[in-house]
Structures are given as structure tokens and as C-alpha cells.
Design a protein around this ligand. Structure first.
Ligand code: NTF
Length: 810
């Protein structure tokens, strides 16, 4: 299926046509934004051909489809990625140059589509890239939030959140599909029953409007669809109220309906916020399930074949209501018997768990679920009862722990969405070997015993197209020169670099690529935040959401302790370091926001100290996002993956940094374990308690004693308490320090000494530049396994039973 792709000349004509006829602009007056939209339209035109062909082929062959349901898709920029996947980079560059515009400037003008928070949402986009690159027919389903993840600003070092407005900048990629709109109901009551069937009469209905973005795979062989739902009122507005002069009242239905898709993750600390979140989950899940059934019936005409043709993946529990919704449709609308409906649904559904942290495991009060989705609560209760009855009949104890609807004291029970997803799924997966093992032993212990074999592991991966080929042109060129271009299709071919790592010329070229990326980052930081960094220093990078378990606190405490050591011994030959932080804290997460302020306070103290100039610097640019990651990751020497062991399910930033030739300093947590297994212990810095050690140590851990026993830490803690970093408010960090002493559940004080000592070893090692480069290059060479293509092949084989629709090379 090789479609003809445009040449530079053809592309230039299309760009000009779009500028004139889609945007109504003349080349002489076109802004960067106009050129960007014109190019995007021209590239979209080029995607449409393989896209329609792929859909047609899937229909004709009746091939099985994968449906990836996710509350989040952290897209980032699309233009450059689409251009590269279609092999149009040279053509686009030349076409724009001929028209008097600059390709680089134009692609960097695109705002990030930030419809996600972090790893979970970014993983979803890497998966879509791999599904399309492997020619597996798939749809991503999610929400078209009007406002994505907030923009982060620092005011006086504190995080403030501003609304994000990606759609205002013009979004060139999507196609609205008015003919695919679906009504989605909430609330109301059961109006009647016949046998298993019930008639649900919702008291509020909104319209789910579909917007499709084509997702082209590598080399443009295949393209899938990302279908995002936007909430609309069923009736536009109340004309009678308007005519009475009640303009606000007239618009009320519109406002109410559109609230559902207005923002990503509304603050869920208020009851109203929680209800809205539940409605969001049901809104996009119900629309997607109905869309899937509609397509299946149109193509196959029967429901018995559903599990053979449809694999639905639940990205965490956010779409877990898919199970009861599918059962409801099959029973109430398609007249299947309850048991048959349940088995049919189970044949289609799989569920990925992304966290073991109890506070992140979704539970809905039964009262709330019953109010918003009365029929679904009934179905959940019935599934719960039948599930436990079946186990009891098979001679197993129907343990209390197996209850999906569990008593929770006051409000008459809560629904455990993880357990619901588990019971409704044919396969359940964890996202790294360690995480899956812990899942079997902890949250799903009883369910694993009841359904042995249902849990499988699928270690996360990242797409090499964006995270190596796209973001790292100097290294991409070197790799292609060294081993040819096939690594982009099959990342494990990076292994072919292993012998080259022993070649001094190759190492010099590898080091030069890293240096070029560090200079690019230095330029970026200078332009963005007005700071000058030395590209010769060790670039030490921690970029991820700010969370106590991820332990940015450990890193900044170590940084402050290093500053003390440098001040004490100015004559020693220290390795210059730039500590780079990036990340956002959830708006309602006060302690994470306090950690941001501490990093900024420590940064101010270090960066303002002439004694530390040229030796230690702390940089924390505001508003870390996907496109900032694309500049930081290629430039990193050191990758900070220092979560409390047992708490980070996998991590994916760790993989991106490794692939781009950074060495990891990390705990034996998440996928760090597998990174270590592949690069070997000499090529990773592992420190601190492992998951078992941490679990064993925690109940007895005494933070105050650990601080007292660790002089460099004790000194920093004393400084924090004395107001050294916050002279304007010496007590600012009392709460943080108190937690370290009395309730250090993230074991920062337990791991500090090992971390500090490991960092000093890193200082020494970095000075032997050639040996460092050798190990950095080995990290790239051994990183191939962490491709999301490998992950998706695993899902396809072990969870979805689906094959590619095209053979490789066709
Ligand atoms: C995240 N989970 C985990 O915290 C990461 O370790 C993992 O790499 C990503 O998922 C992707 O699997 C979540 O964001 C959530 F929502 F589950 F907490």
C-alpha cells in the first residue's frame, strides 16, 4: 500500500492553495501561524490518502480492530511528527524555503495539544504511533478538552496555574463528524422492566460530537484514527428564555453540557468536581462503546462475532464503566441474556493498571454512581454478586476482599473501579515486570488467586519516531550513518552499535552529537528563561510530574548539600553541574507545590552565590511540556529516576533519556530494573532501598534519627529551618521538615546517604569523558527493547489476539 506522496513542488502548490483558499491569505502578508496552518493542511491532505485506504482495507477484510480508550492523550506537537512519518521533511523544508518561509520556525510555532497530565497520556500517544506504524487497525478514543493541562507560571517561585487554550491557535488536524454524534444520558430512573431488561430514562442528555484526527504511521504505510468527543447541548439554547430577555438563562443548557468536555481533570476535591469527573468518564466511554457497536453491526451484522473483531483496551480505570455500559447495551437494547452479555463484553475488554498508590486507585461512592448512572450501579451489583457466586460454586471462598461494591462506613458502599475492570476483563496488565509482580502480590492478590493467568506484564515503551528520530537530529544522523535507517522500524537493531562503541572515532562522533544537543538546550534556556548555562557541565535532568513519591525533594536536598560541600572546599577540582528540573504539580497538591517553591528558593540561593559560579547551577524553566522534553532529553547526561522503590509503576521518561544517551541514576523501581538488566550494572547508577527493603523498612523508619545520622543532610535540614533559603519567611518549610522527621513515608531520609555518595561517584566518572561516552553510547545501543513497537506487539499477541493488516515491507 504505497501511495504516492507529494514532491517539494507538489507540496509547495498545496501549501499555497491552502494559504489562499483555506486561510484567505496572500503569501506577502502571511504570518508564521498562517504558514504553519497551510503546511499542516497540506500535510493532512497527504495523510488522508493512506488513511482512507487503511479504513477501506479494514472494512473489506473484516480485520479485527483495537480500540484504545483513554481519558488522556498527551499529543504535543503533531506537524513535525506527521511530516517525518510521511517522509516529507526534505520536501517541506524546500517547499517553504521556496515560498519564503522557514521550516524550523514554522514547526516550532505549533502549540502543544496537552490533553493529558503525564506518563499515562503520553504512553497513549506513543501507542497510537506504534499501532499505525505496525499497521494494526485501531482507534484511539478520548475527550476533546477545550482546555488541556494548565499553563504553569512561577510567581515569586510559587506555581500558579493559567488556563491553556490550544484550540484558540487554530487546529489544522481534525475533521468534525456531525453524522457520528451520539446522545449520552445521565441521571433519571428505571422506567420499566421486562426480565433482565430495563428501560433507563435519563433526566439529562448531552450530545457527544466526534472529531477525528488521522494518525499516520512510520513511512505513511498505514494511518489510524484518534476520535475525540466534545460535549454539546442537545438543544442549542432556550429561545423562549432568550425572547423574554433572559440571555444568561437562555444559554444555561449550552454551558452545562459543554462543561463536561471543558477541562482536563477538574479539581476533584469538591463533591461537584467529583461528579463532573464521573460524568466525563461516562461521557467519553459511553460514546466510544456505542460507536464501536454501531460500526461492528454495520460491518458484521451480528453480536456473536464481537470478541473476534473488537479488542477494547481500558487505559487505567478511567473508562472502566465500559464494562457495565457494554452489558447494558447488549441486554437492554440488543436483548442478550445477562450472562451472555457479560461473557461477550469480557471477550472484548482488557485493562491496564498504571499505579499501585492507594490514593490513585479510583473508587466511586455507590450513592454518587447510583445517582448519575442508576442502571449501571444495578449492573455492577449484579456482576459483583454473580462473580462471587460463581467462585463459591467452584468451591472457592467468596472472600470479602473480592467485593466490587464494598461497604465503606457511612455512605453505604463504594465501587472499586480497579476490581470492576479486573472482573470485566479477559486480560489485565501491569506496565513493568516489577509493577506486575507487585500487582499480583498486593492490590489484586485475591483476584489473581481467583483468576490465575489473567494478569500479564507488558513493560511500557516509547516511540522511537518522536523520541529519537524526531527530537535528536544529530544522533539520528550518526546512527543512520553507522547502521543504516532500519533502526527506526526495528529499534532493537541499535544492538548493532555495540561493537562500534569500542571505536574511538564513533565515540567522538557520539560525544559531538551530545555536545550539539547541549548547546541547543543552552540556547533554548537562554531564550526562554534568560539563564546562561555552560554546555561543558554535566547536565543532570529530572523532568516529570512533581510528586512526593518521585522525590524531587531528595534531589534538591542533595543539591543543597553539594553546594555546602563546594563552599567548604572551594579549591577542590569539582565537576561542574547544571541541575535541571521540569514538571507541574497538581493544582490541589499543596505539598508538591511547596517542593516547587523549595527548588526555586534553593536555585536562587545557589545561582546567586559567586562562590558556586561555574560549578553548580539550578535551572527550573516554567511550563514543562512535551515540546520542552524534546529539547531537554537529547541534551541530558544524567537521568534522575529516584522514586521510592515500589511506587513508580514503570516510568517512560527513563526510557527516553536512556535512548538518547543519558546514564540513569535511579532506584530499583519500575522499568529502571529492566533498564539495568539490559545495560548491565556498570552502565547505570543504582542506589538505595529496593522495593522489598523499602516495604520492610518503612514501618520502623525514623526520619529524625536518619537525619541526625547523615551530617550533610542534617546541615541542609538545619539551613531550611533557619530560613537560609527563605529569609522572607523562615517557617515556610516547617511542614516539609516535620514530615521528613515524623512521617517520611517516601523514605527520602533513608536513601539520602546512598544517593549523595552515588552522586559523588558520578562526579568522578564524568571527568573521564571518553569512558563516560562509551557508557552513554551503550545505553543507546541497549535501549532498543524499550520501543513501544515491542510493547504493542506484546499487547497484540497476549491481550488482543490481533495481527497487523499489512506485512512488513508491503
Ligand atoms: C503512570 N500512572 C505511572 O505513574 C508511571 O510510572 C507510568 O510510566 C505511566 O503511568 C504509564 O504507564 C498514572 O499516571 C496513574 F494515573 F495511573 F497514576
Amino acid at each position: 500500500m504505497t501511495e504516492r506522496l507529494p514532491t517539494a513542488l507538489g507540496l509547495a502548490q498545496r501549501i499555497e492553495q491552502h494559504l489562499t483558499f483555506s486561510l484567505g491569505k496572500a503569501p506577502a502578508t502571511a504570518s508564521t501561524r498562517d504558514w504553519r496552518l497551510a503546511l499542516s493542511r497540506a500535510v493532512r491532505d497527504a495523510v488522508v490518502v493512506p488513511w482512507l485506504a487503511a479504513e477501506q482495507r479494514t472494512q473489506e477484510t473484516g480485520h479485527k480492530r483495537v480500540y484504545y480508550l483513554s481519558m488522556e492523550f498527551l499529543v504535543g506537537r503533531l506537524l513535525q511528527n506527521a511530516v517525518a512519518n510521511l517522509g516529507l521533511e526534505e520536501a517541506a523544508r524546500a517547499a517553504l524555503a521556496g515560498l519564503g518561509a522557514d521550516y524550523e520556525t514554522v514547526v516550532l510555532d505549533e502549540p502543544d495539544a496537552a490533553l493529558g497530565n503525564g506518563g499515562l497520556g503520553r504512553l497513549a500517544i506513543c501507542f497510537l504511533d506504534s499501532l499505525a506504524s505496525l499497521a494494526i487497525p485501531a482507534y484511539g478514543y478520548g475527550i476533546r478538552y477545550a482546555h488541556g493541562l494548565f499553563r504553569q507560571r512561577f510567581r515569586g517561585g510559587w506555581q500558579v496555574e493559567e488556563p491553556e487554550t490550544w484550540l484558540n491557535e487554530g487546529y489544522a488536524w481534525e475533521f468534525e463528524r456531525p453524522d457520528a454524534s451520539l446522545p449520552i444520558g445521565f441521571g433519571g430512573r428505571i422506567a420499566g422492566r421486562v426480565g433482565d431488561r430495563a428501560a433507563w430514562a435519563p433526566d439529562e442528555t448531552v450530545l457527544a460530537a466526534a472529531f477525528d484526527t488521522p494518525v499516520p504511521g512510520w513511512r505513511g504505510r498505514w494511518a489510524n484514527t484518534l476520535r475525540l468527543w466534545s460535549a454539546r447541548p442537545l438543544r442549542a439554547f432556550d429561545l423562549a428564555a432568550f425572547n423574554r430577555g433572559d440571555f444568561v438563562g437562555a444559554a444555561a443548557p449550552e454551558v452545562l453540557a459543554e462543561t463536561i468536555s471543558r477541562v482536563l481533570y477538574p479539581d476533584d476535591s469538591t463533591p461537584q468536581g467529583r461528579e463532573l469527573r464521573l460524568k466525563q468518564e461516562y461521557f467519553f466511554t459511553a460514546a466510544s462503546i456505542r460507536d464501536i457497536l454501531r460500526r461492528h453491526l454495520a460491518e458484521h451484522g451480528d453480536l456473536a462475532s464481537l470478541p473476534d473483531k473488537v479488542a477494547i483496551q481500558l487505559n487505567d480505570t478511567h473508562p472502566a464503566i465500559a464494562g457495565p455500559e457494554l452489558v447494558r447495551l447488549l441486554v437492554d437494547e440488543h436483548r442478550l441474556a445477562f450472562h451472555e452479555a457479560w461473557q461477550t463484553a469480557r471477550g472484548c475488554l482488557s485493562y491496564t493498571n498504571h499505579t499501585l498508590l492507594p490514593e490513585a486507585l479510583e473508587r466511586w461512592p455507590a450513592e454518587l454512581l447510583g445517582r448519575v448512572l442508576p442502571r449501571h450501579l444495578e449492573i455492577v451489583e449484579r456482576i459483583d454478586a454473580k462473580h462471587r457466586a460463581a467462585l463459591a460454586a467452584a468451591g472457592r471462598r467468596a472472600a470479602e476482599e473480592l467485593r466490587i461494591v464494598a461497604p465503606s462506613g457511612d455512605l453505604g458502599g463504594e465501587v472499586r473501579m480497579g476490581d470492576l475492570a479486573f472482573v470485566m476483563a479477559r486480560r489485565v496488565n501491569g506496565v513493568s515486570a516489577l509493577h506486575t509482580a507487585l500487582m499480583r502480590r498486593t492490590v489484586f492478590r485475591e483476584l489473581e488467586a481467583a483468576h490465575p493467568g489473567r494478569i500479564v506484564n507488558q513493560t511500557n515503551g516509547v516511540t522511537p519516531r518522536r523520541w529519537l528520530h524526531g527530537c535528536n537530529p544529530p544522533l539520528r544522523r550518526l546512527l543512520t550513518e553507522a547502521i543504516g535507517e532500519a533502526w527506526v522500524d526495528d529499534l532493537e537493531r541499535l544492538e548493532e552499535l555495540v561493537p562500534l562503541v569500542e571505536d574511538a572515532g564513533f565515540r567522538a562522533a557520539f560525544a559531538a552529537a551530545k555536545q550539539a544537543n547541549k548547546e541547543r538546550l543552552a540556547g533554548y534556556l537562554s531564550a526562554r528563561c534568560g539563564v546562561t548555562v555552560d554546555p561543558g557541565a554535566l547536565f543532570d535532568v529530572q523532568i516529570k510530574r512533581i510528586h512526593e513519591y518521585k522525590r524531587q525533594l531528595l534531589n534538591i536536598l542533595e543539591t543543597a548539600a553539594l553546594a555546602n560541600a563546594l563552599r567548604r572546599d572551594p579549591g577542590a577540582d569539582w565537576t561542574p553541574r547544571v541541575k535541571i528540573f521540569g514538571g507541574k504539580a497538581a493544582p490541589g497538591y499543596a505539598d508538591a507545590k511547596l517542593i516547587i517553591k523549595l527548588i526555586n528558593d534553593v536555585a536562587a540561593s545557589i545561582n546567586g552565590d559567586p562562590a558556586l559560579r561555574g560549578r553548580l547551577q539550578v535551572v527550573f524553566p516554567e511550563n514543562y511540556n512535551v515540546s520542552m522534553a524534546e529539547v531537554m532529553i537529547p541534551a541530558a547526561d544524567l537521568s534522575e529516576q529516584v522514586s521510592t522503590a515500589g511506587m513508580e509503576a514503570s516510568g517512560t521518561g527513563n526510557m527516553k533519556l536512556m535512548l538518547n544517551g543519558a546514564l540513569t541514576v535511579g532506584t530499583l523501581d519500575g522499568a529502571n530494573v529492566e533498564i539495568g538488566e539490559r545495560v548491565g550494572p556498570e552502565n547505570i547508577y543504582v542506589f538505595g532501598l529496593d522495593a522489598e527493603g523499602a516495604a520492610r523498612h518503612l514501618p520502623f523508619h525514623d526520619g529524625a534519627a536518619a537525619i541526625a545520622a547523615t551530617p550533610p543532610l542534617a546541615e541542609v535540614v538545619a539551613q531550611i529551618e533557619s530560613g537560609f533559603f527563605s529569609p522572607d519567611d523562615p517557617r515556610r518549610y516547617d511542614r516539609l521538615v516535620e514530615k521528613l522527621r515524623r512521617d517520611d513515608r517516601y523514605l527520602v531520609t533513608a536513601d539520602f546517604a546512598a544517593y549523595f555518595e552515588t552522586q559523588r561517584r558520578i562526579d568522578r566518572d564524568f571527568r573521564t569523558a571518553d569512558a563516560w561516552t562509551r557508557r552513554a553510547a551503550l545505553n543507546t545501543a541497549k535501549g532498543g527493547w524499550f520501543s513501544s513497537d515491542r510493547t504493542i506487539r506484546g499487547y497484540a499477541r497476549e491481550m488482543w489476539q490481533v495481527e497487523p493488516a499489512l506485512q512488513t515491507g508491503s
